[in-house]
Design a protein around this ligand. Structure first.
Ligand code: KG4
Ligand code: ZN
Length: 343
């Protein structure tokens, strides 16, 4: 079964063709990151306008790279939320229009559930097979940090979530105070590698719960940056970084986030007797997180390649396949749900 996935929830215009929820025939992503970097973050009006400009060429390219025509497709899966309303609308309206014009069924996908399904996508020669349920899944993105128990397809039990900032949001905000630009996650990941002696920051353990909190850590970084006086007139740290103080702060911050994410995820996986642990969402691209979780987990750990951790439409198509199999009905009257939750 070949599904066309469409994703426009934030600042990537993406379309993909995926077969049987696992095999990628095409995965086209038009990123707006350079446009938004000028403003230090995503500007919603600019994002929706860019989606409008990009969506038709991105769709054409996805079909062309997959070497399929509309007739070869079996269904369309499109992100309905969570995300920016104006951005979501572009993808959802396009999906509905194609569904009518080409007589294809269309289903709406929760972007967060889509992230999880990036772990089902694999190369033909990959011997690892599908993830084994029940599993514990950490979805860490720019807007969410959710820890869930996935018992079967479409059934996610929320174990914990962030009480304040999402992990990716903390990366973005700290990168901004360190003068490292947007998006912050990859910049901190890179800069931290230059650290000579990572700074030590506190961890918010929130004992007895599987929840997370990152805003205290963010404030601790800001205080330190102010104290040691590396801010310039615009409230940003000065670069270059001759004594590697920025790298040491970036590395210490990253270690603190990763320590908490890994410890709590492993604890939950053991408590709920999961068979494996899945990472997903943009923060799952973080090299320290991938390496630390793999090292510290007694259970098998899976994470997608970095390009499938950040926003893409292949994960939406994969999720669509498993949703259709679990009985979700096609719905030509889809609407966007900007504040949709996973559970
Ligand atoms: O999943 P995603 O592409 O979009 C949302 O659904 O939010 O996640 C974007 C987030 C951003 O906050 C970005 O800074 C973070 O993922 N991110 C990373 C890395 N790559 C992207 N965070 C840490 N390390 C990375 N290598
Ligand atoms: Zn995302």
């Amino acid at each position: 079964m070949k599904i066309l996935g469409i994703e426009t929830s934030c600042d990537e215009t993406a379309a993909a063709v995926v077969e049987d929820g696992r095999h990628i025939h095409s995965n086209v992503i038009a990123s707006q990151v350079e446009i938004h970097a000028r403003y230090g973050g995503v500007v919603p009006e600019v994002a929706s306008r860019q989606h409008l400009l990009q969506i038709a060429p991105v769709l054409r390219e996805a079909l062309s790279q997959a070497k399929v025509s509309w007739r070869d497709l079996d269904a369309i899966a499109v992100t309905v939320g969570p995300g920016l309303a104006g951005s979501l609308l572009v993808g959802v309206n396009m999906a509905k229009a194609i569904a009518v014009a080409k007589a294809l069924p269309v289903i709406g996908i929760n972007h967060l559930e889509g992230h999880v399904y990036a772990n089902w996508l694999r190369r033909d020669d990959d011997p690892s097979g599908d993830p084994h349920l029940p599993l514990v899944s950490l979805i860490a993105s720019g807007g969410h940090t959710d820890l869930t128990l996935m018992e079967e397809h479409g059934r996610h039990l929320l174990l914990g979530r962030t009480r304040d900032d999402a992990a990716g949001e903390a990366f973005d905000k700290v990168a901004r105070v360190l003068g490292l630009g947007y998006p912050g996650g990859p910049a901190i990941d890179r800069t931290a590698r230059q650290a000579s002696s990572p700074h030590s920051f506190p961890r918010a353990w929130l004992k007895g719960s599987h929840d997370f909190s990152f805003s205290g850590l963010k404030t601790a970084v800001l205080r330190l940056v102010e104290d040691i006086g590396i801010l310039n007139g615009k409230g940003e740290a000065s670069i270059p970084d001759p004594d590697s103080s920025i790298a040491n702060i970036a590395a210490g911050f990253q270690e603190s986030v990763v320590d908490v994410l890994v410890t709590k995820t492993v604890e939950a996986a053991q408590k709920y007797e999961a068979r494996e642990i899945l990472l997903s969402g943009g923060v799952a691209a973080n090299s320290l997180l991938r390496e630390t979780l793999s090292r510290r987990s007694p259970l098998p750990v899976r994470f997608p390649p970095p390009i499938l951790c950040t926003d893409n439409a292949a994960m939406i198509a994969a999720c669509g396949y498993f949703r259709l199999h679990a009985g979700t009905k096609a719905n030509g009257n889809l609407d966007v749900v900007p504040n949709l939750r996973l559970i």
